[in-house]
Design a protein around this ligand. Structure first.
Ligand code: FE2
Ligand code: FE2
Length: 524
């Protein structure tokens, strides 16, 4: 830590120097989850608050003085210094979301003294409906001055953010970009499975937008679990912050559009199975828990617990996990030990003080089954936790519909659901299973069906009305001759014609796995 020094707040007559002086690559070298990383994060937040403060000074001063006035020197220099310090390879983005300020993804928590300044900037951004303000490293003094002058001269009551953006361009202001509060939702997730749109990809269609948001959220969770599994395998420390943030993000998106998020669980990327499986189980568990009335405040804990339910598998050699052939007896022993191994690993993790119980339960109980027909076998009386019972359902559903782990070929979602329903009240909690069926639909999302027109369609969301659960929403993907169609129409199977008959009917369920048909592309 010796090469990280913090100077006092920048002063105007001092030449612009980074406040946080350390080699540029240091932040990348510091391990996630380490104390050094935590300190670095805190420092970034502190710098973010300084940025907010100086921006506020700049805006206020610009209301009084001309752009070239020396009174602007101090805030302008300070902002340039802060940007230089914070921007490593990436520009610095100040974001506003639900009246909270963020520096990148870090929440800028302000104390009582900083509140007035923060509120002033929040109000200014809100007036323009600005959700994000990005400064690139190339921004210069003249850009900041010109921008501030513009910002205070235009009236947000009769101008829009687009007008402001146009004017920024017209005046040749470089290095400062604004995003509106809606666009802000689109934040790039790190690329997985090549399914993520390019950074800043935006869509004017709110549905497409929601899908992209959901995808990004999924990618973030997948990345978090990937990093964490890796560091657990290597015996390193595990960073929970990233996962918690990603999970919280998913919960927010779920509140917005559960279907868009759950649709992603149909994504089957075989080599990434474990990560995708963990993310899917996490999403399915949270959706189920939400319906089961799980306390909202605890959903993130459940999501995290679910994300780690298979942590014990990190003790199983990769050769066994990825074995193409049958498992040997020894392999099975290792496999059956993963719930217990998981508890051991989780208990050694740092930073888990408030959720170890739930996580241990998730890991320990997820293969037990309600009737204790699964494993591990216990010789003492045991009561399954709600977390464990939820996990058992989500885990089984995802494992069976995916192609890896206990079976070579995946089963179609509806076959899996039927199999699970046949064990209702035995392996699975009957009430929870019913709620789960409401989540994914009796003809689950991702199922392939044939309509009476001979068109093929994919189930994209459950029917809104539970009474007509067998009539979900579908998207048509082929014409009656079986030729695939792009952007096929969405059909609500509960729709009736003038005579009161259903307009469209499913004539049969197609086993998409039999046809090696991957329906996930209609979701992602
Ligand atoms: Fe498992
Ligand atoms: Fe699992």
């Amino acid at each position: 830590m010796s090469d990280i020094k913090i100077k006092e707040a920048p002063v105007a007559d001092e030449e612009a120097q980074p406040i946080l002086t350390h080699e540029k690559s240091l932040s990348q070298k510091i391990a996630r989850g380490s104390e050094a990383r935590d300190i670095l994060d805190q420092q970034m937040v502190m710098l973010g608050i300084q940025l907010v403060t100086q921006l506020n000074v700049l805006i206020k001063t610009s209301r009084i003085y001309e752009r070239t006035n020396a009174a602007l020197d101090k805030p302008v220099d300070a902002i340039l210094t802060l940007i230089k310090t914070m921007a490593h390879d990436q520009p610095v983005t100040l974001r506003l979301q639900n009246d909270f300020l963020f520096l990148g993804d870090s929440h800028l928590k302000v104390n009582a003294q900083q509140m007035a300044v923060a509120t002033s900037i929040i109000d200014a951004l809100n007036a323009w409906k600005i959700g994000g303000m990005t400064f690139s490293l190339t921004v210069e003094s003249k850009d900041l001055r010109e921008f501030a002058a513009l910002f205070v001269s235009l009236d947000p009551d009769n101008k829009t953010i687009e007008d402001l953006q146009k004017e920024i361009k017209a005046r040749g202001i470089a290095g400062i970009e604004l995003e509106d509060q809606r666009q802000l939702q689109i934040r790039k997730g790190p690329g997985t499975a090549g399914s993520i749109g390019p950074e800043g990809t935006k869509s004017s269609d709110p549905k497409v937008q929601r899908k992209m948001n959901a995808k990004n959220g999924y990618a973030n969770v997948a990345k978090a679990i990937g990093t964490m599994t890796q560091s657990a395998r290597e015996g390193g420390r595990v960073n929970f912050k990233q996962a918690r943030r990603a999970i919280q993000n998913i919960i927010d998106r779920m509140a917005d559009d559960e279907t868009a998020v759950l649709g992603l669980t149909t994504l089957r990327c075989h080599d990434q199975y474990t990560h995708n499986h963990s993310v899917n189980v996490s999403l399915l568990s949270m959706a189920l828990a939400n319906r089961a009335g799980y306390p909202k405040m605890e959903l993130a804990d459940l999501g995290l617990a679910a994300l780690f339910h298979d942590m014990g598998k990190s003790t199983i050699p990769m050769e066994v996990l990825n074995k193409p052939g049958e498992f040997t007896d020894d392999d099975w022993v290792a496999m059956r030990n993963h719930p217990t191994e998981g508890v051991l690993i989780l208990s050694k993790m740092r930073g888990l003080t408030n959720l170890p119980g739930r996580m241990a339960a998730a890991s320990f109980e997820h293969h037990m089954n309600l009737d204790f027909s699964g494993y591990p076998k216990l010789t003492v009386p045991w009561t399954l936790s709600l977390t464990g019972r939820i996990l058992t359902i989500a885990d089984c559903y995802d494992a069976m519909t995916s192609s890896r782990v206990y079976r070579r070929e995946p089963m179609s979602p509806s076959k899996v659901l039927n199999m699970m329903l046949s064990k209702s009240g035995k392996a699975f909690d009957a009430v929870l299973l019913k709620l789960f069926v409401n989540c994914v639909g009796i003809i689950p999302m991702g199922s392939l069906v044939m309509l009476e027109t001979s068109e093929l369609a994919v189930v994209i969301k459950p029917a809104a009305d539970k009474a007509s659960a067998e009539r979900p929403f579908v998207r048509v993907i082929t014409d009656p001759q079986g030729n695939s169609v792009d952007h096929g129409r969405e059909v609500d199977l509960t729709e009736k014609d003038d005579t009161g008959d259903f307009r469209h009917n499913i004539i049969r369920l197609i086993d998409n796995t039999e046809y090696k048909f991957d329906t996930s592309r209609y979701f992602v």
